[in-house]
Design a protein around this ligand. Structure first.
Ligand code: HEM
Length: 242
């Protein structure tokens, strides 16, 4: 245990924690985005998908909480390692580079990753309050009562708000760029950086962000412009969740 904690405190330990937690989150995001595309299959199919998640995948309700706790732990560890590593980088380079250049390419990438990470954290907090907890009921963001039973309507109406939709678009563009750099770094950290692994690394750094951001933008823009999404059976008996 002591060995584990001293490894976690080291630079390589923190990088491994970032890579491991990041890859688990990438897996979740790919599945989540694939599921979100079901919005184009219509209200019933999308709500059945949301209910499947809420019921613990129709296997065991506790699985939902196991998934949530795992993701929360990954977010926490990822941020903890990022803050530790960036503090170390700054301490190792207390003065700017000579010649008026403030940074070089790798520092730009590191600064960008931190900035995009902050945007994603803000997005995630908003997203959970918006579509999972439903705290924005009955106001300008949700326009109508939030209903746990109608994830489709919550999504189509909620993201249909132009300001919310624009935030979804920007955050998911940041997500794509974060994933592009992040997957590349994870391969490097895990030592998967030779001719055997490079084709897989190149494919994942390209196609994972294209898929996740492409799917997110498609869904968000469809909700904003009302294309391909239609609330077929508005149920006027919905009651607010609180
Ligand atoms: C356009 C992009 C996205 C759309 C349309 C979307 C849609 C949704 C919807 C409708 C729910 C609620 C599902 C339900 O009621 O069970 C949800 C939950 C969630 N989303 Fe997203 N999402 C998007 C992007 C993201 C991103 C980028 C992340 C992670 C960084 C994310 C993480 C989550 C999490 C953690 C939950 C909560 C699952 C739970 O614990 O019940 N989503 N999303």
């Amino acid at each position: 245990m002591t060995a584990f904690f001293s490894l976690a405190k080291s630079t390589i330990g923190k990088k491994a924690i970032m890579a491991g937690s990041g890859l688990i989150m990438v897996g979740w995001i790919v599945l989540h985005m694939a599921g979100n595309l079901l919005v184009f299959a219509g209200q019933d199919h999308f709500n059945a998908y949301a209910e499947m998640i809420q019921s613990g995948f129709h296997i065991e309700p506790a699985l939902l909480w196991a998934m949530r706790i795992t993701l929360l732990a990954c977010v926490g560890l990822h941020i903890w390692a990022a803050v530790g590593l960036s503090g170390r980088n700054r301490a190792a380079r207390p003065v700017a580079y000579a010649g008026g250049r403030k940074n070089h390419a790798t520092s730009y990438a590191a600064e960008f990753m931190l900035g995009a990470g902050v945007v994603l954290l803000l997005y995630l907090v908003f997203h959970l309050l918006h579509l999972t907890v439903g705290v924005f009921s009955d106001d300008v963001v949700q326009h109508a009562a939030f209903s746990k039973k109608d994830a489709y309507r919550n999504l189509v109406v909620g993201v249909g708000n132009p300001v919310v939709g624009a935030f979804y678009v920007l955050a998911n563009l940041a997500l794509g760029m974060h994933l592009h750099h992040g997957i590349k770094s994870a391969f490097q950290t895990l030592g998967l950086n030779d001719d055997r692994w490079n084709p897989l690394k190149d494919a994942l750094t390209r196609w994972v962000p294209v898929f996740t951001t492409g799917a997110a933008l498609l869904v968000a823009l469809s909700c904003m412009f009302g294309v391909g999404v239609l609330i077929e059976a508005p149920d006027l008996s919905w009651t607010p969740s609180h």
